[in-house]
Design a protein around this ligand. Sequence first.
Ligand code: PLP
Length: 425
Amino acid sequence: MNSRDWFDRAQAVMPGGVNSPVRAFKAVGGVPPFITSASGAYLTTVEGDRLIDFISSWGAIVYGHADPDIVRVISTAAANGTSFGAPSPGEVEIAELIAALVPSIEVVRLVNSGTEATMSAARLARGATGRDVIVKFEGCYHGHADAFLVQAGSGGATFGEPNSPGVPAGTVSTTRVVAFNDMAAVADALSPGDVAAIIVEPVAGNMGVIPPREGFLEHLRSLCDEHGTLLIFDEVMTGFRVARGGAQELYGITPDLTCLGKIVAGGVAAAAYGGRADLMRLISPDGRVYQAGTLAGNPLAVAAGLATLRRIQADDSLYDDLERRGAHLQSRLERALVEADIRGCVQRVGAMLTLFFGVDRVEDWSDASRLDSETFARYFRAALDGGVMLPPSAYEAMFLTASHTDDIIDQAADVLVAAIHRAAS
Ligand SMILES: *Cc1c(COP(=O)(O)O)cnc(C)c1O
């Protein structure tokens, strides 16, 4: 059976044939290749094709797929029982390691997904402050909990409207949405003094890569201090990716709470939230803010996460290599845009990178919403024809891993440069 056959069967029994919407290729057209295995920087499809992978499980993979060391610890853990529902030593070791690596985290709780981490952090912030309003930024994604599924308003501070049926208007009436990188709008949003927390992707990655403007994160920190509002960094994507200690280390800003996911569990399903001890002690059973999980801290996820984080801790070259290779890929793509005489720009922080067509610079959602998604779709399909798997949406980041060697980056760049020329014509 080929991918088309699998996709037909999948669509009969699953919404869109997938378990997460963007996998269905709606934005780029065609049939998503069905994957049977992955190794290093490569995916293998049911047709037997090998694709250079830049989805990297949406950033969850940092040492390449099926890394032998990580596979070994997962196998050992599986043989010793996949879930106890009782405390185990590995949970303590990974909590200590997370606290050692992430500057602002003193106490941490493991959960099963990034969605759970942000949802729980918001509950904690509301419980700690006795306030209800959460400020989020237009175009930032914090998982699919009701409170965060809010349509962006038109500039300035505004109360959100749900952008999914099924989300009660009452739920999102306490979510206030402002433009990313807009310092004045955040100040306005906080001025009533009713905001429990600001939640932000310190480097926006879910509307394409948008770095924070100079001084933006500092501004958030000082506004929060001024108004008794908590600062939550959603580092589900940026944690252990843009630097060992995440964006908070890279930019030198200390949030009150941090959400982690993706890399923290080494490609297995788990996530975490943590931060200041006095806040985290409000979580049950130390405190009264309730949050629990049947499979939270399960030995498979803990083993994979621990192996990954230990390796990151000891790895002196990882972030330098990712930076150098990311910069090289960026410069090749930028040169191709010029040569093909096609409007676009490449934005990157470390190992996360987006090529935006049709715009010269993207600083917020209103810039991102002007990008040229048809040219992107042509570029995407040309890349796939050439054996390179990009994230199948113009609003996503590409992720490099340690397995993307200089040679692989150059091979991929050859394909992507040709794809830019094809998309242009
Ligand atoms: C992926 C992501 C999430 C959601 O994590 P899930 O594990 O998919 O629930 C939340 N926030 C950010 C910034 C993310 O990139």
